[in-house]
Design a protein around this ligand. Structure first.
Ligand code: GSH
Length: 235
């Protein structure tokens, strides 16, 4: 091995020795997106499962921000907001293939489309199941309060009642993605990109607490979720 190759490998080993730390809720589409990006890039990290009703460590770490995801980098820097975290990760040599140069604009545009109109309907579909799975009455009440302050009293129950219509809306907004993924393995061809990772975050949210929901939107998306998982490098 040439000297420069050796020192590059050594520097990388040192840099990733500590690994990163990802704070998440199991159902969070933003956190699951970041987690899948780390996994597809093969970047060493530890996952910290945050309890919905107990966020002291998170708030201490961030100086008061108590949403997930939060990523602590190898050097101890704390990064919040999933888009910013993905931008930072995309700068790692190991993750560059997830935002390939000729597709920068298209990949980020697709990412933002998923975090916009797609998330806007899918989180309403997932919310009743997410709330039901919190283990304590306090966490279910907190979840309800947070949603109701933003979307109005009774919103989670209303989304539960409106599930068939919401599923129709999800099918409609996702139809172009369904057609593409029925014809090819990933959004931009044979290899996964951040576009697939963003979709995967949404699939993980739906499958986390109510595995049948994603299939109800389309079995094509269930197959896509499994392909993204299989694309992870073996450890
Ligand atoms: N724009 C933020 C959104 C983060 C966010 O809203 N996370 C949700 C989980 S999906 C959260 O932490 N919610 C806290 C709560 O419901 O109290 C990002 O992309 O990271």
């Amino acid at each position: 091995m040439a000297a420069c190759e050796f020192s590059f490998a050594f520097a990388r080993a040192i840099r990733y020795r500590r690994g990163m730390k990802l704070y998440r809720f199991r159902y969070s589409p933003y956190a699951r997106k970041v987690q899948m990006m780390l996994e597809l890039a093969g970047l060493r990290h530890e996952v910290v499962e945050v309890r919905y009703g107990e966020r002291e460590e998170l708030a201490q770490l961030t100086g008061g921000y108590f949403h997930v995801p939060v990523l602590v980098l190898d050097d101890g820097e704390v990064v919040t907001e999933s888009r910013r975290i993905c931008e930072r990760l995309a700068g790692h040599p190991e993750a560059r293939h997830l935002v390939p140069a000729p597709l920068h604009a298209a990949v980020w545009a697709f990412h933002d489309f998923i975090e916009g109109p797609v998330e806007d309907v899918l989180f309403r579909i997932a919310s009743p199941a997410v709330r039901a799975k919190w283990p304590t009455a306090w966490e279910r009440a907190l979840y309800t309060l947070i949603k109701e302050r933003k979307f109005g009293v009774g919103c989670v129950d209303a989304w539960d009642a409106a599930r068939p219509e919401l599923i129709q809306r999800a099918r409609s907004v996702l139809e172009p993605a369904r057609q593409t993924l029925a014809a090819q393995r990933f959004v931009f061809g044979d290899a996964p990109t951040l576009a697939d990772v963003a979709l995967y975050g949404q699939w993980a949210m739906l499958e986390a607490e109510a595995p049948e929901l994603l299939d109800q939107i389309s079995p094509v998306f269930v197959a896509h979720a499994r392909r993204v998982e299989q694309a992870r490098p073996s450890r």
